[in-house]
Design a protein around this ligand. Structure first.
Ligand code: 4NP
Length: 156
């Protein structure tokens, strides 16, 4: 029997092809490992519209695969007004995302908007590394930061 999710979480970055699909995939995997995937709904999107409909960046796919998580079937979408009522928690990757999401939020929003790495004790206010314009090893750092934050969020 599948139950209705009790919590809806959405990860948000700029393009929805690197950081938020990684966060989405790793957090979903942790929930599934714990057998609680039916209790929490996980989604991701981007504040920008450049990559709508695209699969995640192949470098993000490779880094996630190394960590045992498949993210290649995800499809980028843009943040929409309905997210502010459908989601309980919107986890953003950097301070620009935080500003953009807060600016897009209607006054009536019930969603909590937080930096993803805020959940890691001692990393409050820290940003998740944006690997898009850097070398491939930036994706390994993004992966490890996302895994750490996902574990902390799961504990929370
Ligand atoms: P993401 O990375 O926000 O982690 O998906 C980026 C993807 C695309 C761009 C920037 C960052 N871009 O400028 O197109």
């Amino acid at each position: 029997m599948t139950s209705k999710p009790t919590l809806n979480i959405c990860f948000v970055c700029l393009g929805n092809i690197c950081r938020s699909p990684t966060a989405h995939g790793v957090f979903e995997q942790l929930l599934s490992d714990e057998g609680v995937q039916d209790l929490i709904s996980v989604d991701s999107c981007g504040t920008g519209d450049w990559h709508i409909g695209h699969a995640p960046d192949p470098r993000a796919v490779a880094a996630a695969r190394k960590g045992g998580v498949a993210i290649e079937t995800q499809q980028a979408r843009q943040l929409r007004r309905a997210d502010f009522t459908a989601q309980d928690l919107i986890c953003v990757m950097d301070r620009q995302n935080l500003t953009d999401v807060r600016n897009a939020a209607p006054p009536s929003t019930s969603a909590e908007i937080r930096l993803f790495r805020d959940f890691v004790p001692g990393n409050e206010g820290a940003e998740l590394a944006d690997p898009y314009f850097g070398a491939d090893d930036g994706f390994a750092l993004t992966w490890s930061q996302a895994l750490e934050a996902a574990e902390a969020l799961a504990d929370w």
